[in-house]
Ligand binder design. Structure first.
Ligand code: SF4
Length: 743
């Protein structure tokens, strides 16, 4: 703790205590011991004294006990020569200040000096009950006690708008050189001057409705905000009077308040700030104050300097860890989970992105807190009205998130949420992941005014709403400029590869628990992905570690642990625990499931698969091998169907022996259809897929004693029909031809 800060807080506490002593003495002389003393409309006497000291002060005589405690708490000012730890002195000074300020304000009420005209003063229990519950259950993300005044009206408006944008309730307190923030906001037309400027003549209602409440023009008025907060611990926390530790723990843990000092900080402001810090409320100032950054009393830092008024509210939110929620998602179409399964047919479509038509991607990264400007949504390239009805455009979402508890491991989970969130908008269809996405906007949604930046707003709002524990800030760049898309994709692809590589080396045998994924049940209600270390989700975006991280973030979410239980068939990959889980999660439609088999009780397929694998019946009626086609390949395949037709046969959450949707990395897994012999069964793949996996296929084939196997897999350059394929395979002496028939 800075000696400068501690010394100022101690001086401030002495001054306010002396003032309280003098006023109490005068009041006792004037009114006598038995004179009732109370704030209006509260059952908590002098709330701070009641909560922290357990005192039920109802007369002037009883107020003496408060003063005695204040005097006992007052520390000595830190010495010039002797070094001592200053923290406890400053904290004691802070508590003494709060108690003295409360006494002063109660005495002012006795004399009819409060509330001043145009100021709110004490906050009643009724308001505590109506608004306080929102404060402690998170609907109101927090409150700001703004002490002082902004350097000019424009800055005052900017600061207040930033607070309002985040739904943060703001109390205006004190002044800076006689100027108050209330005056600045009245001048700017943000606050009504008096009741005559309100709609219904109710000034208080106008203040609370705007989330801006001027409490009083002096620093001592901060006690109105703080004794409102401490009543939260008694009312909603159920803590007993006098249990000061529980009450202070409660305010720190449950009430996301902070002090924002604008203008010079004098001794009384330091002392009041020290009081707020005791309650776990940090203070952020716009002047050159010494900082107190080690955490301990508050959740994060205690006293922070932020000289940039453009950033100051953001800094406050970060330092207090306020969880900003977006209560209303302001986009021109309805948003609901009910629209998740909705598709947009070609005839109803205004514009589409990705699929087989254009490049499209979604890419999410975590950043440092200071690197993300929450709410910033930028569009790089033309908006979707730049193409004709029914046209296609490239599209990329680059989402940057920051959070005190965010981890790199959570990136894929959040990235995969893009699918669900975008589908929540009525008239928008989304499918796929990473650089294999496909988005359609309907004519109706477009006519309602929906444009690309609205999808950015939707993504930000829902990421904040769904992941409050890890996401504090979100900024999104939306790309439709193809050169920019290529640039970001070049950055994203190695990141995706690194995510996939994390799980390499783990085996299914080394874990007792797999993870489920039911995210795609919006399209395929009975589909369940069972994700094991050696078999990733069909979409290719979720591996076992992702499932584990997703469960950590949201234990009630779509990724649940699946205990393997007793082994039923080691070769086919069947376990009792997995069967039981899949039966329940598939709405009792899938009784058995073999993780490593294509032909017998294979996994179900949704619609998000990266690739489809299908058996290739030969003219003889035998089946020696399979083909694999990836989503990007538009041409014909040897099974007589292109990817799109095959997808209609395989998807929908059904088990279809002989056909399987898979993530492309499953092809190089040791468990790739191991029940049927594994990799040597692959007869045909599109050239692009073969090349993308070439190194890994070679490696895996070598492990199986099949060096040079890659060269024996056919592609579209040599065959797209069975008539062309069979002689080619025979010429290459493909190992599958010597394996038993799959039928
Ligand atoms: S394909 Fe599977 S892993 Fe991927 S999101 Fe859908 S259910 Fe989850």
């Amino acid at each position: 703790m800075s000696k400068v800060v501690a010394a100022a807080a101690v001086r401030g506490s002495h001054a306010v205590a002396a003032q309280a002593e003098e006023k109490l003495k005068a009041a006792l002389e004037k009114h006598g011991e038995g004179q009732p003393l109370a704030f209006p409309e509260t059952a908590f006497y002098l709330p701070m004294a009641y909560a922290l000291l357990g005192l039920e002060v109802s007369t002037l005589g009883e107020a003496r006990q408060v003063l005695e405690t204040v005097k006992a708490l007052l520390p000595e000012e830190p010495s010039e020569r002797l070094w001592l730890p200053y923290l406890s002195s400053a904290l004691d000074a802070g508590i003494a200040t709060l108690l003295a300020e409360e006494l002063l304000k109660a005495l002012a009420y006795l004399e009819g000096e409060e509330p001043l005209e145009g100021w709110h003063g004490f906050i009643s229990d009724t308001i505590l009950r109506t608004l306080g519950i929102q404060l402690v259950d998170g609907r109101l993300p927090g409150f700001a006690a703004v002490v002082g005044a902004a350097p000019d009206t424009e800055t005052a408006v900017h600061v207040i708008r930033e607070l309002q944008k985040r739904n943060i309730l703001t109390f205006l307190i004190g002044n800076h050189q006689g100027r108050t923030m209330r005056d600045q906001l009245i001048e700017a037309g943000v606050l009504p001057r008096d009741a005559s400027e309100t709609e219904d003549g109710d000034l208080q209602k106008a203040w609370w409705g705007r989330y801006i409440v001027p409490l009083g023009p002096d620093t001592e008025s901060i006690i109105y905000a703080l004794n409102w907060a401490i009543r939260g611990a008694l009312t909603f926390g159920g803590h007993k009077k006098g249990d000061w530790k529980a009450c202070l723990d409660y305010t720190r843990a449950r009430i996301f308040a902070f002090g924002l000092g604008l203008g010079d900080i004098d001794d009384l402001k330091y002392a009041s700030g020290a009081g707020a810090i005791n309650m776990g409320f940090p203070v952020i100032c716009d002047t050159e104050i010494p900082e107190i950054r080690p955490t301990g009393v508050c959740t994060y830092e205690e006293l922070v300097r932020e000289l940039d008024h453009q950033r100051i509210v953001e800094t406050c939110v970060e330092v207090r860890g306020v969880k900003v929620t977006v209560s209303k998602i302001d986009i021109p179409v309805p948003v609901a989970a009910a629209f998740e399964g909705e598709t947009v047919r070609r005839d109803d479509m205004q514009v589409q992105f990705g699929g087989k038509y254009t490049k499209a991607f979604e890419y999410l990264r975590m950043r440092e807190m200071g690197e993300v400007e929450d709410g910033k949504i930028e569009l790089v390239g033309p908006d979707c009205d730049a193409v004709e009805v029914g046209g296609a455009m490239p599209l990329g979402f680059r989402i940057e998130v920051a959070g005190r508890k965010m981890q790199e491991d959570f990136e894929p989970i959040l990235e995969r949420q893009v699918h669900t969130i975008v589908n929540h908008a009525m008239g928008v269809f989304h499918m796929g992941q990473r650089d294999l996405t496909w988005v359609r906007i309907s004519k109706d949604a477009f006519a309602a005014g929906l444009r690309l930046r609205h999808l950015g707003e939707l993504l930000r709002a829902e990421l904040l709403q769904k992941f409050p524990a890890i996401v504090d800030k979100v900024q999104i760049t939306i790309y439709t400029d193809e050169a920019e898309i290529d640039r970001v994709l070049a950055e994203a692809r190695p990141v995706w590869q690194a995510r996939d590589a994390r799980v390499a080396g783990m085996t299914d045998e080394s874990v007792d628990i797999f993870y489920s994924c039911t995210l795609c049940q919006s399209y395929a209600p009975n589909h369940v992905c069972v994700i094991s270390p050696e078999r990733l989700g069909l979409c290719g975006a979720y591996n076992w570690l992702d499932g584990k991280a997703a469960y950590e973030i949201n234990p009630a979410g779509a990724n649940q642990p699946v205990p393997k239980g007793r082994v039923i068939d080691e070769v086919k990959g069947q376990w009792e625990g997995v069967n039981e889980f899949v039966y329940q999660a598939s709405n009792k439609s899938v009784e058995r499931f073999n993780a490593y088999s294509l032909m017998e009780d294979p996994m179900t397929s949704c619609g998000c698969f990266e690739c489809i694998m299908a058996i290739l019946p030969e003219p003889t009626g035998e089946v020696h091998g399979v083909m694999i086609v990836n989503r990007e390949y538009p041409g014909m395949t040897p099974c007589g169907m292109p990817f799109t037709t095959l997808a209609g046969t395989v998807g929908g959450g059904m088990q279809t022996p002989g056909f399987l949707g898979i993530g492309r990395l499953y092809i190089v897994s040791r468990k790739f259809i191991s029940a049927e012999g594994g990799l040597p069964r692959v007869l045909w793949m599109p050239k692009e897929l073969k090349e993308a996996l070439a190194e890994r296929i070679e490696e895996r084939a070598k492990e199986m004693g099949l060096e040079g196997f890659l060269g024996k897999i056919a592609d579209e350059t040599v065959a797209t029909t069975m008539e062309e394929l069979m002689p080619w395979l025979q010429e290459k002496d493909h190992p599958a031809l010597k394996m038993p028939s799959l039928l």
